[in-house]
Design a protein around this ligand. Structure first.
Ligand code: SF4
Length: 460
């Protein structure tokens, strides 16, 4: 997973309303938390829509609101409780699901009027609770659900969740407690979903899980049939098959186990994007040991050098935690030195925040808040300088850009270095005739610390 500080996105209530009628029951959904939670919301909506429910984008147009919560950090829990409160106030008929659902007592204490509380991945239970509170119509409009299901992302990219849960036990994290051990989807199940998405116009697939490199371990890497081809439930083989769909494939939450090296030839051949999101979390062996991070002994800096030699355009993104209990000034400086050597392309940094129930809370020597703050600012400035130099080196190059948005002034998109929402952007000023999902070539004219400005050299 992404790290200790999952981004909590307080998303607006969502709607998808083709073929609405006055008679059908209407559901609203508020989806909080990480992309993995967003995929859960999409599944819930797809199931309900297939049963004939309609979706409302307004609180007061909905007969009932489902709030999919995040329960990873205390701040995320507080935001989830606030979102439940807002839905109660604006609508009054609320079903709660998602990670915070494991703390039913806490939810009911704050909001005694909620209709039902279910936990993460309990799709049947959420749908059952909806049936009970708001019975489904007798004549479901199955044909109104697109074959790829209902997506909350823009049409041209989609998250593809390949497994649930996690076998690791990082000391700052309670995800395995909330979501259980690793449970991978069969390779053909993932491939059929990916194919449906590609056929529906998705041009970029973002592969997500808690630990993408561990995909298939629980299935003993079983093969399954996808269109007459046996695909192994293993990261390399899955990436290879996804690469044959003709869309951008971007891998997130990859831990640097030795077999990650097998991906590099696929990236060199551009069958998948040369992009690796590896949540390193720290550069000091002492801190990594205290964090109990997987694959922290794998000589990462040497491997990064080798990866870049084989795939010079490799984009490396990562997240880090500063102020972990017991982190000394020497550990922190080791982290800065590690960053200098690693020269990562995209980096997020979070101040350590204790999570209720996590073993890290018992580690001695918590770092005072003012020291955490000071280290976070130093870290951000350090990485800004690295990023500025790496972005400047791109000026003059011709790159591929996938378009995300177009308005009266031009287009905004991303290069292979940029995942949506978390990385940088490429601006094509004046290019108003493009559409989201177009992939064009452009020459980089200007760079700042994190973004690029380019001039198009081809059409889609
Ligand atoms: S325990 Fe699993 S989900 Fe939690 S941080 Fe570690 S790898 Fe990620």
């Amino acid at each position: 997973m992404k790290g200790v500080a999952q981004v909590v996105t307080h998303r607006a209530i969502r709607g998808y309303n083709p073929g609405m009628t006055e008679a059908s029951p209407k559901i609203g959904i508020v989806s909080l938390g990480c992309p993995k939670a967003l995929v859960d919301s999409e599944r819930i909506l797809s199931k309900l829509r297939a049963e004939g429910y309609e979706l409302s984008g307004e609180y007061d147009g909905a007969d009932l609101v489902v709030v999919n919560t995040c329960g990873f950090l205390d701040t995320a829990k507080a935001e989830s409780l606030e979102a439940i409160g807002e839905a109660m106030q604006e609508n009054g008929r609320v079903i709660v699901t998602g990670c915070l659902g494991v703390e039913e007592d806490r939810i009911r204490e704050s909001h005694p009027g909620v209709l039902a509380v279910t936990g993460p991945h309990q799709y049947e239970a959420v749908v059952g609770a909806v049936h009970e509170a708001l019975p489904p119509p007798h004549d479901p409009f199955q044909d109104l659900v697109p074959p790829e299901g209902i997506k909350l992302t823009p049409r041209h990219y989609a998250y593809l969740k390949i497994s649930e849960g996690c076998n690791n036990r990082c000391s700052f994290c309670i995800i395995p407690h909330i979501r259980g051990d690793l449970r991978s989807r069969a390779a053909n199940d993932v491939m059929y979903e990916a194919e449906r998405l590609a056929n529906a116009g998705v041009r970029e697939l973002l592969v997500i899980s808690q630990d993408t490199s561990a995909y298939g371990v629980d299935l003993k890497y079983a093969e399954s049939d996808w269109r007459g081809r046996n695909v192994k439930a293993r990261m390399t083989e899955l990436a290879e098959a996804l690469g044959d769909l003709g869309v951008w494939v971007r891998l997130h939450y990859v831990y640097p186990y030795p077999h990650v090296d097998e991906l590099l030839p696929l990236m060199a051949e551009r069958r998948i994007l040369p992009y690796l999101d590896i949540p390193f979390q720290h550069g000091s062996p002492n801190v990594l040991k205290a964090m109990r991070r997987p694959a922290n002994q794998e000589k990462v800096l040497e491997r990064i050098t080798r990866w870049r030699r084989d795939v010079p355009d490799l984009a490396l993104r990562s997240t880090f935690i500063v102020g972990f209990p017991g982190e000394t000034e020497a550990d922190f400086e080791e982290l800065l030195g590690w960053l200098e050597e690693a020269q990562l392309d995209r980096v997020g940094c979070f101040k350590y925040e204790p999570v209720e129930g996590a073993p890290a809370n018992d580690i001695a020597d918590p770092v005072p808040e003012d020291v955490k703050d000071e280290r976070w600012h130093r870290f951000m400035e350090w990485q800004r300088r690295i990023s500025e130099a790496r972005m400047a080196a791109k000026v003059g190059r011709t790159i591929e850009v996938i378009i995300d948005e177009v308005d009266g002034e031009g287009a905004m998109g991303r290069s292979h270095w940029d995942a949506p929402e978390i990385d940088g952007s490429v601006f094509l000023n004046g290019d108003t005739d493009l559409s989201p999902g177009d992939i064009v070539e452009a020459r980089v004219e200007h760079a700042d610390d994190y973004d690029l400005w380019a001039i198009r050299t081809t059409s889609d």
